[in-house]
Design a protein around this ligand. Structure first.
Ligand code: AMP
Ligand code: ZN
Length: 467
């Protein structure tokens, strides 16, 4: 039985899909005005583990992720500039170039981290009709009002508004430190459609029944998720910061428009922190995956680091902790290597084999308890009551959830190659995966200069001492 912690009920619940055997899931994707940092990727890896867990349990999953390429303002209170337009201005590039560039880097990092892509990435700019139709639906049902800068959702008309985040709206009003436009009827009201400023031409703007403008940030997820997954679907996820504003607003506008329950299970991943603060694009206090690669870590070292913590616990980033994940991961690979070529194999205790399998499944199904799942993996590969063949079989089976590319484990020769050469060969493999062939060739030559030959295999590589 799969149990997931549902933010809506604040309890661990048995997962029961709407349609037997099938799951419809939507996760909020990146805002592409800057690089995604390794904190963002903590959330994307958690969502990947969830997807893999569902598949491991035999569900057929329809999974959508959006790409926010318009309308995310610099403040949650619907004031400030559009982050994409602001970034384009600062860089002297068009908004389309900026979003294309950061989307490509995001997709490359997704691949490097072995994150399973969704069935579809939906871009906000490609679903404008659906967004406008949803705002119209809310207007027809009497949930909107107009101010001088846009069309707003009237949260007072939707009594369930605080239910997801358990907001204390009275308390928020009294303690309001956040300034909000005087035209807004309530502190929690939010923009559905914003008018283009009269004195400025935006690069991205669209005609609408209310005039030229652009969508509020929240409407894209409601419009795209319901268009592709239906009015009522199973799972919606994102980082914990989405709970009080973005997801609360999404729920309100979706249920107000359709009159149906929107989502059964809401799941949220905790932050990756730098010191005591969350890693954040807005403060510039962040590290990208490329920085880790440049420092000699492989994306799988980082994935291993993430799997050592439960997704609902805050995780502090440090290079010391990443170093220990790196050596853990490398030890695991070398253990896998020795299992591939056992000196002599022994018989296996089939009962122990089944026990290992069910221990792993129990850990994964207990709200994705990856630290326990990882310890079961280690127990399995070291278990002397199992043959090398069975230990490998277990490792590869568990890797369907963990996604650590264990079946592409480094070859035996790696152990005799210096760390530096292995690091370069890893980097070359990543460059190849990212289709940066010039860099891959350059690294091959550098490896050669150090006395090693790198041979490509189906999914990885082998290192051999040059003759
Ligand atoms: P954004 O591109 O800002 O919309 O963020 C993409 C995803 O990363 C969202 O699900 C956020 O909730 C999540 N996120 C943002 N900062 C962090 C962080 N420091 N740690 C973990 N997840 C984060
Ligand atoms: Zn969203």
């Amino acid at each position: 039985m799969l149990k997931l912690f549902n933010s809506l009920t604040r309890t661990l619940e048995e997962f029961v899909p709407i349609e037997p055997g099938k799951v419809r899931m939507y996760c909020c994707g990146p805002t592409v005005y800057n690089f995604q940092h390794i904190g963002n990727f903590r959330t994307f890896v958690f969502e990947d583990i969830l997807l893999r867990t569902l598949k491991y349990n035999g569900f057929d999953v329809k999974y959508i992720m959006n790409i926010t390429d318009v309308g995310h303002l610099t403040s949650d209170e619907d004031t400030g500039e559009d982050k994409v337009e602001k970034s384009a201005k600062e860089q002297g590039r068009s908004v389309w170039d900026v979003t294309k560039f950061y989307t490509e880097v995001f997709l490359r990092d997704v691949e490097l981290l072995n994150i399973t892509p969704p069935e579809m990435y939906t871009k906000a700019t490609e679903y404008m009709n659906e967004q406008i139709a949803m705002v119209k639906c809310l207007e027809d049902r009497g949930f909107t009002y107009r101010t001088s800068d846009g069309i707003y959702f009237d949260t007072a008309k939707f009594p369930d508004y605080p239910k997801l985040a358990r907001l204390d709206i009275e308390g928020m009003k009294e303690g309001a430190r956040i300034e909000f436009s005087e035209e807004k009827r309530s502190i929690t009201d939010f923009a559905l459609w914003k008018f283009s400023p009269k004195d400025e031409k935006r690069q991205m703007e669209w005609d609408s029944p209310w005039g030229v403008g652009f969508p509020g940030w929240h409407i894209e997820c409601s419009a795209m998720s319901t268009a592709l997954l239906g009015n009522h679907f199973d799972i919606h996820c994102g980082g914990i910061d989405h709970l009080p504003v973005h997801h609360t607003n999404e729920l309100a506008q979706s249920e107000a428009c359709t009159g149906e329950k929107y989502v059964n299970y809401w799941l949220h991943g905790e932050f990756l922190n730098m010191g005591d603060e969350k890693m954040a694009k807005s403060t510039g206090n962040f590290i990208t995956l490329q920085t880790l690669i440049d420092k000699g870590y492989s994306p799988m070292d980082y994935r291993y680091f993430l799997l050592m913590a439960h997704y609902r616990k805050k995780l502090k980033f440090s290079f010391e902790a990443l170093d220990s994940a790196k050596s853990g991961y490398r030890n695991l690979l070398s253990k896998i290597n020795t299992l591939r070529k056992p000196k002599q194999d022994s018989a296996s205790d089939k009962q122990v084999y089944e026990e290992m399998k069910s221990k792993f499944l129990n850990a994964v199904n207990e709200d994705m308890n990856m630290p326990v799942a990882m310890s079961v993996l280690w127990e399995a590969v070291r278990n002397e009551k199992l043959s090398a063949e069975d230990r490998l079989k277990l490792a590869f089976d568990f890797d369907r959830v963990l996604g650590l590319r264990l079946d592409q484990a480094l070859p035996e020769q790696v152990e005799s190659a210096p760390d530096e050469v292995v690091r370069m060969a890893d980097e070359r493999l990543e460059a190849k995966r990212a289709k940066d062939f010039a860099r891959a060739d350059k690294l091959r030559q550098e490896i050669k200069d150090l006395g090693f030959e790198v041979l490509d295999s189906k999914d990885g590589y082998t290192l051999r001492k040059s003759d």
